[in-house]
Design a binder for this molecule. Sequence first.
Ligand SMILES: Nc1ncnc2c1ncn2[C@@H]1O[C@H](COP(=O)(O)OP(=O)(O)OP(=O)(O)O)[C@@H](O)[C@H]1O
Ligand SMILES: [Mg+2]
Length: 235
Amino acid sequence: MDRPVAEALDLLTNGEIEIEGRMPWSSNATFLVHVRAGEQSHPAIYKPVRGERPLWDFEPGLHRRELAAYRLSEACGLHLVPPTVIRDGPLGEGSLQWFVDADHRQHYFTIHEQRPDLHDALREIAAFDIVANNTDRKSGHVLLGDHGQIWGIDHGLCFAGDFKLRTVIWEFAGDPLSESVAAWVAAVAGEVPAGVVTLLSDHEVDAIAGRAERLARAGTLPIDPTGRRYPWPLV
Ligand SMILES: Nc1ncnc2c1ncn2[C@@H]1O[C@H](COP(=O)(O)OP(=O)(O)OP(=O)(O)O)[C@@H](O)[C@H]1O
Ligand SMILES: [Mg+2]
C-alpha cells in the first residue's frame, strides 16, 4: 500500500467515483474507476450488484462477500485483501476495492515458481481460502505487489455454507500450519469476527467456524483426494 489504510478507506468511502471502463475479460460487470476527493485520486475496482451475472449457487449480493473477505483478512491481521468498502456508486450499490500496484505479469503459478521466499505468504493465502471457502482462487487472483506483498483479490464467491473450495494452490497440501497461521485459524474457530458475522447468514457464519476448527485440529493444509478442486479457467 502506498498510503495508510485509514486514508484509503476514507477516500473509498467518501470520494467521487468516476468510471474509467469495464475490465476486459471479466465475467461480471467489473469496472475500473477513479475515486477522487480534492487533490486526491486513486484507481479502484467497482463491482455493482446490478452487474452480477445470476448464479445457481450464490444469492445476488456478491459485494457483501468481497467485504466479508476484507474484514476477515483484517481481523486476522493478514492484510492480504486490499481495502474494500460497500457503497452507492454510479451504477448503484456495490463493492469498491483499492487498486493495488502489482506486477501484472505475475500470478500464483509464476510466483510459486520464482519466489520461494514468498511460499509462507502463499501458504497463508491457502489457509485463508479454506476458512473463507473460496470457490474461485484462480492464479490471477493472487497478485504480487510492492516489496513482495502478496494480495488476494476477487472474493465474491467465498463463504458458501457447503464446502466447495476451488483453488489452484495445491503445492502446499499436507504442509503443517505455521505457528502464526495456526493461531489465527484457532481464533476464528473460537469466534468469527463480528464484522464478518453481520454480512452473512447464520448458516454461513457457523460454517466458517466449522472449517476453521477442522483446519486447526488437522494442523496441516488439506490434501484433495479428488484432484478436482480447481477453478476454471486456472489463470
Ligand atoms: N484490487 C485490485 N488491485 C489491482 N488489480 C485488481 C484488483 N482487483 C481486480 N484487479 C484486476 O482486475 C481483474 C478483474 O478483477 P476480478 O477478477 O475481481 O473481476 P471478475 O469480474 O470477477 O473477473 P473474472 O470473473 O474474470 O474473475 C483481475 O484479474 C486483476 O487483474
Ligand atoms: Mg476474477
